[in-house]
Write a protein that binds this ligand. Structure first.
Ligand SMILES: *Cc1c(COP(=O)(O)O)cnc(C)c1O
Length: 382
């Protein structure tokens, strides 16, 4: 009887994932240490790394903790990071770089457009101080899928290093180390692997993990120290989220059974296609052009009809069993529908039917967005 979460994490998890949390584990115990090994190996199996160049370091906390740990651990104190932003998470990454007092170069592409490889190449050519480029794989605030392959090619050609925030994409969108040559990437338990919140993980080149010693500004967010300790003792440095790890292993096994990254991505793509087609039939418009729509989350403009109010729409959707997500854009009013979690096309068809009923209850005749939003999109979305 719980509502479905149409949100990009925390998200709707399976009964088996929740059930796995009904047992207590000792963090020092051999059984839990074996669980940590399974977690690290299971995640590495999704990277395409056949030569053993990568390692996986789980880190307590939400995804932002892992982003902060990655930046602080791989960028030396004298380093400079080019952050490629096109939404809230890119901005947060830039803010993190500033907090950590690393050098920052910042590109903001707005809400509609991705950073492109040629732009990255041009910036790197003019600024030799930049040591790292940080890209957001799927910018969850708009749902845009950024072209990390061409960014990686530009970064590699310029001899710099790439950090990827693949928080909301890893496990459903391919991020193969043979294609996208990253130094490190991060994701977290409660996104496309469909676990519950409580830890993030950094996947990085072993050489870089070795070289990261002494870089970190933070005791608890030191990726090198966590990695070295884990390799030596099999344990996390500080109290691990034991129940979250137990749940994550069930989620990871289900991910494999479903068919891995390709099958997970295909289900999310079907979810997206059902919801986008259905919402467009009701008059809604997506923020992004089809080319940049991710299978993770979709942003829709609020309708222009004066009877539409987001809170009333939210409440009407919730009463029908669906929790939607407010927009996170800088300029226009919008809301978001996530496609990830234990959802399938039947659920998504239910979302569309509930949206139709909600509009009816509110007396909204048409879901067409304001002309000003469409005009802005026409200018900014190229
Ligand atoms: C979810 C997410 C994060 C981390 O957010 P938390 O609230 O700290 O878990 C970072 N980057 C992206 C792109 C995300 O989707």
């Amino acid at each position: 009887g719980e509502p479905f979460l149409l949100t990009p994490g925390p998200l709707t998890t399976s009964y088996a994932v929740k059930e796995a949390m009904l047992r207590d584990w000792g963090s020092w115990d051999g059984e839990f240490r074996a669980m940590t090994v399974e977690l690290r190996e299971g995640l590495l199996a999704l990277t395409g790394d056949t030569e053993g160049v990568l390692d996986c370091v789980p880190m307590q906390g939400s995804g932002s903790f892992a982003v902060e740990a990655m930046i602080g651990s791989f960028v030396p104190k004298s380093g400079k990071v080019l952050v490629l932003a096109n939404g809230a998470y890119g901005k947060r990454a830039a803010e993190t770089v500033k907090y950590l007092e690393r050098g920052l170069s910042f590109v903001d592409k707005g809400d509609y457009m991705p950073p492109r490889g040629d732009e990255v190449a041009a910036i790197l050519a003019t600024d030799p101080d930049i040591t790292h480029v940080l890209a957001i794989h799927c910018e969850t605030s708009s749902g845009i899928l950024n072209p990390v392959k061409e960014i990686s090619d530009a970064v590699e050609a310029a001899g710099r290093k790439l950090l990827v925030d693949s928080m909301s994409a890893f496990g459903a969108v391919d991020l193969d180390i043979n294609e996208v040559r990253y130094e490190a990437m991060v994701s977290s338990a409660n996104k496309c692997i469909e676990g519950v919140p409580g830890f993030g993980f950094i996947i990085a080149c072993k050489d870089s993990l070795e070289a990261a010693k002494g870089n970190s500004h933070s005791l608890s967010l030191d990726v090198h120290a966590q990695w070295a300790h884990m390799n030596k003792t099999g344990q996390w440095r500080f109290t691990p989220p034991t129940h979250v790890v137990a749940a994550f292993l069930v989620a990871l096994r289900a991910h494999k059974e479903e068919g891995g990254v390709a099958a997970r991505g295909a289900r999310y793509t079907r979810n997206r296609d059902v919801v986008v087609a259905g919402m467009r039939d009701l008059g809604f418009e997506t923020l992004l052009k089809d080319r940049w729509l991710s299978p993770i989350i979709v942003t829709f403009f609020n309708p222009a009809d004066p009877n539409f109010a987001f809170q009333a729409f939210y409440d009407a959707m919730k009463a029908q069993g669906f929790i939607i997500y407010p927009g996170k854009l800088t300029v226009v009013d919008s809301f978001r529908i996530g496609c990830i979690g234990q959802l399938d096309r039947q659920v998504m068809a239910g979302v569309v039917a509930a949206a139709a009923r909600s509009l009816q209850q509110m007396g909204v005749a048409s879901a067409v967005p304001p002309q000003a939003a469409l005009d802005e999109r026409a200018v900014l979305a190229g």
